[in-house]
Each structure stands twice: as structure tokens, then as C-alpha cells.
Ligand binder design. Sequence first.
Ligand code: PLP
Length: 343
Amino acid sequence: MEKKNLDWENIGFGYIKTDKRFVANYKNGAWDNGVLTEDDKVVISECAGVLQYAQTCFEGLKAYTTENGQIVMFRPDMNAARMARSCKRLEMPVFPEEKFVDAVAQTVRANMAWVPPFGSGATLYIRPYMFGSSQVIGVKPADEYQFRVFTTPVGPYFKGGAKPLTIKVSDFDRAAPNGTGHIKAGANYAMSLHAIVTAHEEGFAENMYLDAATRTKVEETGGANFLFVTKDGKVVTPKSNSILPSITRRSLMYVAKEYLGLEVEEREVFIDEVKDFAECGLCGTAAVISPVGKVVHHGEEIAFPSGMEKMGDTIQKLYDTLTGIQMGKIEAPKGWIYTIEEV
Ligand SMILES: *Cc1c(COP(=O)(O)O)cnc(C)c1O
């Protein structure tokens, strides 16, 4: 199969329209089978539930080319399960989990020419999402929904290596204690935009959000979970029911324990103890791990010993091991790598 003629290393992180996308509709209480289509336009009522009351959720994962030339995805069943949980919380119909994985695989297979080659650092980003498509004016769930999957090639997240970030403790809250922080709702992102634009204006790369109830505990950033490493090499991640459970973070915790033999702990992490950690990183599909060099908390600077030049040693090992597993250089735990067969 002939690849598209793109400058893979320099495509950046925007939307590039690919050939096909998957579309399924929910009507009269049932999903249709869904189709692959070239039509990238969505036509819905001006009064659609998603437009009025933000009834929408999404997922994000990647397809990429391994060292031996196979096209694979990383743990798509985890995205299927998470989207099912998001749908339930938003009173949306679940798109069956096996069908989700199949729809994602079909979409990638239909866009094989857009999957970046091994070694380019680029990947094919996959965006499954669902929204209320029928008219809603009184506040209630829509009766009809659309589930779609599109793909877009994205460049390497960090060109020329990952430089540690400086982030700030936000004065805004991301998620209420019994709210929607634990699901991938579009609304969580809408309300984070002002906070991130403000942080960027102040010269910070990201926001560290604290728990909204007490503002003493670390939660996450707008789109990535935290990992910390203690001075004696233990890997710690914050525990809270308003954090979005990152698949990357859960995979890294497994890798830390089972591949690197490190002690791991998921527990409450207080902002006051952040100064005692040796390393800090942000985990998510896009970058796997972004190192954090500094956290600024109301003018007080917390600088991690790992510094501002490179990733800390433990975070580097975690990064190398997980990306090694993803790229087929290190044997993966059973079920982690989903191979897309060419047709
Ligand atoms: C998607 C997301 C993450 C990262 O999850 P991954 O499954 O690792 O990509 C973290 N936090 C939030 C709020 C998210 O929406």
C-alpha cells in the first residue's frame, strides 16, 4: 500500500482530513451497523442536544507502525470500556465495546495510507466520539445519537526530545467531587479552556488542578494524569474519584511494577508534599510522558531535582519501556497490542 506523501516529521499537531470515517446512528432505541464514509460533514438540527446542553463524550488513541512494519493500536478495549462509562454518566446509549474496537479498527484500515511510517515519530491519532443529535430544548437526554470515528496523522509530540515543563497550580477547579471529572466529557474541556489560556498567558505550559473540595490534594492537568517519583524510587500517582483514569498512566504503573520492579502507590497526594518528590511527569496518549521540571504554587517555586534539561532517570526508564512495548521492541503484556490486518 502506497503511503501518502507527507513530511511525516513535520506535520505538527493539527487536524488533517483523511479518506474515511466511521458513522453509526442510534434511533428508536437501537444502533444501526454503521458505515465508512468519505463525507466528513455532520448535519444535525440547530436544536441538537449536543449543541444546546453539551451532551457529548469522546476518546483518543493512536495507531502506529511498529519496527517490523505492522500497524497496531495500544489497548483499544480500554478506550471502549471508558467510553461506555462516559456514556452511562451522560445518559447516552453505550456503543457496544466489541463494536467500538471493530469500528476503530475499520477506520484505521480504511486510512492505512495515512499511518505514519516507523521511526518518523508521527502517529495516526484516532478520535471516537458520540453526541446527542436529535432536538432537545427542555432539559433531558436526546432520543437520537451519532457515534463517529475519524483519524488524523499527528507529528511527534516533542520534536528534538522532551524538555521539562513549568506548570502552575491553578486557582480554577477542573472537577467537582461527585461531578464528571472521571469521564471523558467534552464539557470538562470547555470549562478548562479559560484556565489553560490564562496559564499560557502567564507563561506556563499546563495547570495542576487541586481537588475542588479542600484544594489541598493534587488531581491532574486538563488532559493528563500525574506520576511522581519519590527520592527512594517509588512511583506515586494521585488517587481521587474525580481524576480521569488515563490508560497511559495505568499502563505505566503496571510497567513500573512488573517490568522495572519498582514500588508503586496510588494514593492521595497533598500539594504540600510535592516539594519532596524527585521527579514528576504528565501521562497521556499524546506524549506518553511529559516531564515536569517546575511547579509554581502562588509564586512559590517547586523545582524537582531532575531539573529543566531532561527527563528524570526513572521517568525516562518508564517512557523507554512503555514506548518499547508499543513499538514492538519489548514483549507486551497479553492483550495490549491490537494488530490491524491489511486487507
Ligand atoms: C484523555 C485524558 C487523559 C489521558 O488519558 P489517556 O488514556 O492516557 O490518553 C488524562 N486526563 C484527562 C482529563 C483526559 O481527558
